[in-house]
Design a protein around this ligand. Sequence first.
Ligand code: PEP
Ligand code: MG
Length: 545
Amino acid sequence: MPESELRGIGVSPGRAAGPVYRLAPPPPLPPAPPVIDIAAERSRARAAVTTVTAELTRRADAAADATAAEVLRAQVLMAADETLLEAVDTAVDGGADAPHAITAALAEHRAAFEAAGGYLAERVSDLDDLRDRLVAACLGLPMPGVPSPGHPFVLVARDLAPADTAGLDPAVVLGLITEEGGPTSHTAILARTLGIPAVVRCAAVMDVADGVRVSLDGSSGTVRTGISDASVQSVNEAQRALLDRRAASSGPGATADGHPVALLANIGSARDLPADVEGVGLFRTELLYLDRTEPPSFEEQVTAYGQVFAALPGRKVVVRTLDAGADKPLPFLRLAGEPNPALGIRGLRVARAMPSVLDTQLSAIAAAAASAEADVWVMAPMVATAAEAAAFAAACREHGLRTAGVMIEVPAAALRAPTVLRDVDFLSIGTNDLSQYTFAADRMCGDLAELLDPWQPALISLIAACAAAGREAGKPVGACGEAAADPDFALVLVGLGISSLSMAARSIPAVREALSAHTYDECVQFAKAALAADTPTTARAAVRP
Ligand code: PEP
Ligand code: MG
């Protein structure tokens, strides 16, 4: 294949190169044949079970991560389960061919798992995956899901579900390229968390055949296809050298002249905690419960939060209460379908309908904090008014939680930042949602990427208003959206008066490097120039001419 260039949007910085393998879609079920050969269909189904269990066992043996290996072994047990095989035989005897018999048998199992509730109900997605694998094996199609060619590769997909991305092993998946997806989608966020360079909205990338060598740049969004082996090596070596240099930098964030800027991590659980971090600026607690059909108990929550607090004695941990709804539905909340979920019951608004969920969570955070030495702060997502902020702060104090704040994600709250701040201790700007709501542009929509650009003057103005309110009130204002991870934009944020920057842990070294190369006064000049700019391009050019 001759070398050529594709363009997408870089969403997780870094460069990577290697052979492409595509995420195969679930196999389509062909029309049911009117007549079948019972013996042949029974043995086709058995052969599919043998193929799939062998493949799952191979992957379990090779899995670097114990949890992933456990999930795969559980799937092997499900596939080989006698009652499942009997149900397949019964369906074949009733006239179904192997793919339809497997689909029917697994649908029965699925219904039984769902009816059982609890742990079993949470395994239904594993059953769906098993069904897709067995049907693909029957039809002689490639296995759906993340491929496992047995060596490191670049994963290409039309789009990725957060669950696909969460299970990726950065040692094997060198880079990610998707044809769809947006810059602030949770898939992009998870790629950054895992430190996997990623490009989204790369048209025609699904046409690149498996095995073709490509390179990608997760900052510029450039993808080169059909490159040589030598180019693959040189890209990966240069990336390794850059990461080694950054990994050697450590210590608290500060400008060149010593103005401190706390560099904090965005995490979804204790597993995301980096070894040496100043603290956590955004603990997205909902990520712990994305696949739950039953509410997490008080005790479970105390354990999960306690694990994070215990790892950070004397350091700040900002816990965000559950941010459910829209792009992060929590099945256990059983929220009714809404025509426009991003504008519906989400974030703190869930507490109006289900106050006990927030109450239990605040009790659990307080209980975990009581036996830990971390400096625990709590904040609410999706706050729109000063009254909501005040009510949330009051609820926190009733639970003995001393430091209560709110996220600024809704323009109304940014515009009234001084009043919102009156009853809370701090603000944290979520630039992902603040962009979405300021520009009426769905954060998942790659076609609107230019509106979601953090360098948009309107977004910078709203951030400036919040920072000014914080200065006036003598209260800290941090930023925890993805924009904080852009080293150039971080300089602007600091110049506007933002006191802490929270980001995926892997982005911290690059931001630390940028800050240490500029004085606080330079940051202030960058911020003034960015605020005065009329377009994102001129705002950017103010920092990097
Ligand atoms: C944000 O909206 O910027 C934010 C940090 O919250 P999340 O990305 O989890 O919605
Ligand atoms: Mg948000």
